[in-house]
Design a protein around this ligand. Structure first.
Ligand SMILES: NC(=O)c1ccc[n+]([C@@H]2O[C@H](COP(=O)([O-])OP(=O)(O)OC[C@H]3O[C@@H](n4cnc5c(N)ncnc54)[C@H](OP(=O)(O)O)[C@@H]3O)[C@@H](O)[C@H]2O)c1
Length: 340
């Protein structure tokens, strides 16, 4: 039987990409589009690519009605808005995949200082499972009723660093992540600095060392290492629609480490993983566009610096694709269903 999926926030970018992915999924279908707009949107008018392909009418966000029509609810909403709905959806018996940041940081105080807002659902935060399938125990994802779907930048950073820390090939100090994202990472609502004339031909950094994804990256890497890991995360805005490239600088733990050792660590970690491709060539955002892949390579420079390069599509492996991957695990489907 098909998994019945509800999408809260279908008029945003991650909501739209979930519709696209689920339309192609052999074992799941969208059965409820939930919007908070007073005048309910017509989804094919919002996204004309859906004309003739998705005729579902949007309905209000009503937990009981959603639970009647769906098995799983994807929340494609801003942080803070998501945690206002999650308790009701869980109480109504739904399983939930939250694409916002509301359940990603296990420490509620850290969430509050990072997102400058009180955490209003600490009870559910306690049992939320951070769903990065290549690094999280899949059994926990399979059994979870609430998945915190990882952030876009944190996904590539964690996948690019974890195997090297796990095998003690690099130091857990002085890790620098230089990242660039296409503009869709900022969501669909209009913002003056994302206006086309402001953006075209521009390229700039923001959130240097205090971006809200930095604690999320540190949380994952600290769990992998079994001790505190700090990073410096510096994001940039790329004037392209989609795609993330991260260049990550690390120090080898000792001078005997070779480039072969580094590649071997990635091959060991991801050899059986469909969605992480360890490549000898440089990853490129164009090579992962529209896919659930994260492409990774590594170099050891002549002066002994380890440099990892990781590319992904922020809206697919960085959001909606990973959400479907998590859903597949939760409902015992092929993990790759709808994603290749
Ligand atoms: N974009 C990415 O690459 C990406 C990657 C990873 C994670 N995320 C996270 O995923 C979530 C969604 O991101 P997005 O890029 O899809 O955002 P978006 O394009 O701005 O869409 C947000 C959606 O949420 C709805 N919404 C806003 N406030 C709401 C409220 N108070 N109650 C109910 N619905 C509300 C919007 O409806 P209206 O259209 O009616 O305003 C819209 O459908 C965010 O938490 C974001 O941080 C995004």
């Amino acid at each position: 039987m098909s998994i019945r999926a509800a999408i809260l926030g279908p008029t945003g970018y991650t909501g739209y990409w979930l519709i696209e992915l689920l339309l192609r999924h052999p074992g799941a279908k969208v059965t409820y589009l939930a919007s908070a707009r007073e005048e309910l949107p017509n989804i094919a008018a919002e996204f004309p690519a859906l004309m003739g392909r998705c005729e579902l009418a949007c309905k209000p966000i009503d937990a009981e009605a959603i639970a009647h029509d769906a098995d799983v609810a994807f929340l494609c909403l801003p942080h803070k808005a998501a945690m206002a709905y999650v308790p009701g959806l869980l109480d109504a018996g739904l399983r939930v995949v939250d694409l916002s940041a509301d359940y990603r940081l296990a420490d509620a105080e850290l969430y509050e200082t990072t997102y400058h807002t009180p955490h209003e659902d600490r009870a559910n935060l306690e049992h939320a499972v951070y769903g990065l399938p290549e690094l999280t125990d899949r059994q926990r994802i399979a059994e979870a009723d609430l998945i915190a779907n990882p952030g876009c930048y944190p996904t590539a950073a964690a996948l690019g660093i974890a195997p090297l820390l796990q095998r003690s090939l690099v130091s857990s100090e002085n890790i620098v992540i230089n990242a660039a994202s296409g503009v869709s990472g900022a969501g669909r609502s209009a913002k003056p600095h994302l206006h086309f004339p402001e953006l075209v031909d521009s390229y700039f950094a923001y959130g240097c060392g205090d971006h809200r994804h930095q604690p999320e990256i540190e949380q994952t890497l600290s769990a992998v290492k079994g001790g505190d890991v700090e990073v410096l995360f510096v994001p940039h805005l790329l004037p392209i629609e989609r795609g993330i490239l991260e260049t990550i600088y690390l120090d080898p733990l000792d001078e005997d480490v070779t480039e072969d050792d580094l590649f071997e660590a990635f091959e060991d970690a991801y050899g059986d993983e469909t969605f992480v491709r360890v490549r000898s060539e440089m990853p490129n955002v164009k090579h992962v566009r529209g896919t659930n892949f994260c492409d990774i390579t590594v170099r050891l420079t002549p002066r002994g610096k380890v440099v990892v390069f990781a590319a992904e599509d922020n809206m697919i492996k960085g959001a909606s694709g990973q959400a479907v991957q998590n859903m597949n695990i939760m409902f015992a489907q092929e993990e790759t269903a709808g994603l290749l």
